[in-house]
Design a protein around this ligand. Structure first.
Ligand code: HEM
Length: 462
């Protein structure tokens, strides 16, 4: 037996064994489970375009559905191991790379397939899709994720799989979403050009996900985490999967820009004009190019996650900033601080300079985030989301994702519900500066709770 299998076996049996570094034990674990775990969990798929296709299975064709799913697992779904090989081979100059395929099931699918559901063994959730997708009482059973660097190729793949689902087992497409990466451009401290993934508000995103296979230890923060924090053992197979939350989050860019302009003008009025350029960054916690407000010296790609909120400088980052609400970095280690792996992709047309002219009511002009996150349970995700509206450290609702789950603020309630204090900025009476009404720019359109089953589970469906 090769030594790495032995080490993986030992780390499996003795998860608390401390004889190796986290990234080394991850590597051993990966060697053992890479062909059963789906891709996109321990590494993002990285493709420029994605399609999320939601299906309902045909009530009288369970056997055909099982056959389809096991065939997909054998011939198409991208395992974590295959994804690694693909990314090693990937060469941006040699065309568009390969298709990535992920397949995820709701609790309703496990019931339909007459299989033990991971949702039952966890503490929460009935797996019911939320209002946005449950058109006419239709139930979602499955989400297929297709991702590719070539848009045209992805169109063809989408057509192929939609037809295959319909022909092989009568599955009905409920809806499909199109995601596309947005690229931000800036410069590095040495003047060289920097490109990064960004969201529709214009901010670098996907920076703080944990590192699994390298040593992420910096002076102030260790980004290395244990894979086992994000996966769940699957009933029946002794293999691992992960719970996936999908949320379609619509972003109101016009309102965000208006809020930013208003905040900037207020800062100028109280004589804090030097902070005005970073007005909205104080609500996010990072400037547009990803530099943390808590430590502006961490401004290059190799150190932009190496900070915490412990030192006096961190007073520059208000408690209510989105990234501080989501992770107050109190343990200075992703292993304890980070519980979710964000794998989302924006949707909607990239805003042109004349974006103000586009009619936001036109469905074609809607923009937002196809938020995806993997975690050990749905409860873990709900606890994370709840931080937006409560956390011990932080007064003030998360200006980006506050009230996603609760009653969404309208124009009359916005000011009273989003009240933010900036302890480090004093107004003319030497009181902490307060700003009301910055928030409510992101609306929950729909949510579906899923599980990423192992390839073994799918292959063995009979
Ligand atoms: C449209 C909605 C959202 C936008 C525009 C947004 C934007 C951002 C941005 C710009 C960052 C900084 C980049 C980074 O650290 O990776 C960030 C970080 C983060 N966001 Fe969001 N986000 C959204 C929704 C969510 C949701 C729904 C959650 C979870 C419930 C979430 C959790 C996080 C976490 C955990 C971090 C990393 C914090 C850290 O470790 O420092 N975000 N987000």
């Amino acid at each position: 037996m090769p030594i790495e299998y032995l080490q993986a076996f030992i780390s499996e049996c003795y998860p608390k064994a401390k004889f190796m570094k986290t990234n080394e034990s991850n590597q051993n674990w990966f060697t053992y489970y890479q062909n059963s775990l789906q891709g996109n969990i321990v590494r993002p798929h990285g493709r420029d375009f994605a399609r999320l296709i939601f299906f309902q299975f045909d009530a009288v064709r369970a056997q055909d559905t099982k056959k389809l799913l096991s065939g997909l697992a054998r011939d198409f779904i991208t395992s974590a191991g295959l994804q690694k090989k693909q990314s090693k081979k990937w060469n941006p100059k040699a065309g568009h790379g390969e298709l990535f395929i992920g397949l995820y099931l709701t609790h309703a699918a496990y019931v339909f397939l007459d299989q033990d559901s991971p949702f039952n063994s966890g503490s929460v959730t009935n797996g019911t899709p939320s209002a946005g997708l449950q058109k006419d009482g239709q139930v979602i059973h499955c989400m297929l994720l297709l991702a590719h660097d070539g848009k045209g190729k992805l169109d063809n793949h989408q057509k192929y799989f939609e037809d295959k689902f319909a022909d092989d087992c009568g599955a009905k497409k409920i809806t499909a979403e199109e995601g596309n990466k947005l690229i931000g451009k800036s410069t590095n401290p040495d003047g060289s050009p920097r490109e990064y993934n960004r969201d529709h508000f214009g901010y670098a995103d996907g920076i703080s996900d944990p590192v699994f296979f390298a040593n992420g230890k910096g002076d102030h923060y260790d980004a290395t985490a244990d894979i086992k924090n994000f996966i769940a053992k699957e009933p029946g197979t002794q293999k691992y999967g992960s719970f996936l939350v999908y949320m379609k989050l619509e972003q109101d860019i016009q309102r965000f820009k208006d809020g930013e302009a208003h905040l900037r003008q207020q800062l100028e009025t109280i004589g804090a004009g030097d902070l005005a350029a970073n007005a909205a960054a104080m609500m996010i916690g990072r400037t547009q190019n990803g530099t943390p407000v808590a430590d502006p010296s961490k401004n290059s790609l190799d150190n932009w996650n190496d900070f915490n909120y412990d030192h006096p400088e961190a007073a520059k980052c208000p408690f209510h900033a989105h990234i501080r609400k989501m992770n107050n970095r109190q343990h200075k280690s992703a292993n304890q601080d980070i519980k979710i792996l964000r794998r989302g992709i924006p949707y909607g047309r990239e805003e042109a300079p004349e974006w103000k002219l586009l009619n936001p009511a036109d469905p074609q002009n809607k923009k937002g985030l196809l938020f995806l996150s993997f975690q050990q349970s749905i409860e873990v995700f709900n606890t994370q989301l709840a931080l937006a509206e409560h956390s011990e450290e932080s007064p003030g609702i998360d200006p980006i994702i506050g009230f996603l789950n609760n009653e969404f603020p309208d124009d009359n309630t916005r000011s009273s519900r989003f009240q933010h204090e900036f302890p480090a900025i004093r107004n003319r009476n030497n009181k902490p500066f307060r700003f009301d009404g910055f928030g409510g720019f992101v609306r929950l359109e729909s949510r579906v709770d899923l599980f990423a089953p192992s390839l073994d589970f799918l292959k063995n469906l009979t």
